[in-house]
Design a protein around this ligand. Sequence first.
Ligand code: TLP
Length: 338
Amino acid sequence: MHDLRSDTVTRPTDAMRAAMASAEVGDDVLGEDPTVNRLEAKAAELFGKQAALFVPSGTMGNQLCVGVLSRPGDEILAESQAHLLLNEVGSVSRLWGCQIRSVQGELGCMDPSAVEALVREDDIHHPVTTILSLENTHNYAGGTVIPLERLDELVAVARRYKLSVHMDGARLFNAQVASGVPVSRWVRDVDLTSVCLSKGLGAPVGSLVVGDAERIEACRKLRKALGGGMRQAGMLAAAGLLALDEGPRYMEADHRRARALAEALEGLSGASVERDSVQTNLVFLTTKGSAIEAEAALAERGVGVFALSPERLRFVFHRDVGDDGLEAAIEGCRALFG
Ligand code: TLP
């Protein structure tokens, strides 16, 4: 099976398994795990922030950011297909008592004036808008990168209205590799960013939240409240350190394969490839028939993909998919869609 369902399926490399087996560990809830401490210090340095926190998942990372930056009853502005809105089990409302107001973006990027128009005025009827949430790269928009000048404009709007800025940077290293802009610049003006180690970077488990020391301490406390205080987590952090070191250099090949798939799939009769969005490691195909049936048919041909809606298929390139996976995906789609 060539598994293009998600970059979350990557298995730890032999080097990661060896590093995990020999990791120096301690009780991280007590702040005594040297490997976790090393990972957090390294991440803070890499992102140019005061501090970082190792968390079990991207979902927990995002939720800690929202929890720290909001109060119950607040409103959060996010793109209409943001993971925070669509795929986090309603946690923004269930955990923090906030609501999300969605903003239609183009290729996952919100228009700064549209954002500005939705910031609530001071009115007894209104919730208070407190967070602008950005997703970079944007998953459901196709793995798109927010143009840097757009990011700066969005942050400027947020600052004008005293909103905090959160970034779901689950795939921020893909943005770095695609744009040449380092992750430290992408997060420079962002208050809290969550970044996944367990997607294209290849770690088996874990994400990071990066930001200023005070807010990261607040995240640490909330992580404990949610049951995310881990003990000898250095076993996992050891793989995370290697993921940070080595992961980005594999991404260029993932992006190349995504572009090659998109090119090869142009002109199919039963599906159309979303070419403009192919900027990193994801490729979306809009199907004329059922994408759910197409997912099953491709699986029979040994190609794993996800139907992320009844008419959209997603192909994800990552460290465990090579050129043979690319070829299998092309052949499977040609056979299926003509
Ligand atoms: N995304 C998963 C699924 O949930 C859709 C995937 O296969 O792409 N932010 C973004 C942008 C994500 O894509 C994801 C996971 C998360 C956050 C959550 O990360 P985890 O799965 O670690 O909680």
